[in-house]
Design a protein around this ligand. Structure first.
Ligand code: ADP
Length: 175
């Protein structure tokens, strides 16, 4: 299932929540700041040992003090209006689902819950509507290329009303 809710991703007791990360996997503002402050100091210690990445890359960490089980840190692109932004944003969603699927297999789960924030649409400036279309099209593509990934329930967690509205409308046409 693919759905959307309005709210704060840090409160969810999902298997995995996704962080809109920076290339150094360091604490930042927005959703990243909220995740690091609620997960506790140990998350920062863990992430400081991860190799830096580029836009589109993902890493996984434990969730420490958060109610979810793990965090996937996806490096969103800083919006510049170039074609590479779209490719990088697509990679965030694709790689996060692929890594979640790997986690599901490793933990011998037959089902997994995964929550995404609207990556790059805050401080990184990606236009909301384009970002929403890219996110949903990428999820659609990976599910059709790898039908086993349909065992992952995906929820888009919108902090802002504008995103919630966009996802609600787009999901009605997607289904
Ligand atoms: P980026 O740097 O990738 O743009 P931001 O955190 O600034 O990351 O914004 C990404 C999205 O996350 C924005 O839509 C913002 O409204 C949203 N956001 C901020 N805080 C939270 C939160 N606690 N839970 C879910 N989404 C959040």
């Amino acid at each position: 299932m693919i759905s959307t809710i309005k709210g704060d991703i840090t409160g969810l007791d999902f298997d995995i929540i996704v962080n809109a990360a920076n290339p150094h996997f360091a604490p930042g503002g927005g959703v990243c700041g909220a995740i690091f402050s609620k997960a506790g100091k140990e998350l920062q210690t863990f992430c400081s040992k991860l190799p830096s990445g580029k836009a589109g890359d993902v890493r996984i960490s434990p969730a420490f003090d958060l109610p979810c089980k793990a965090i996937i840190h996806a490096v969103g692109p800083v919006y510049s209006g170039k074609e590479c932004d779209e490719e990088a944003l697509r990679s965030c969603y694709w790689n996060a689902v692929a890594l979640s699927y790997q986690y599901m297999r490793e933990h011998e789960l037959d089902h997994l819950t995964l929550a995404f924030p609207c990556i790059s649409t805050g401080i990184y400036g990606y236009p909301h509507e384009e970002a929403c279309q890219i996110a949903l099209n990428t999820i659609k593509k990976i599910r059709s290329a790898y039908p086993d990934t349909k065992a992952i329930d995906i929820v888009f967690v919108c902090f802002e009303q504008i995103d919630y509205q966009l996802y609600k409308e787009a999901l009605q046409t997607l289904i």
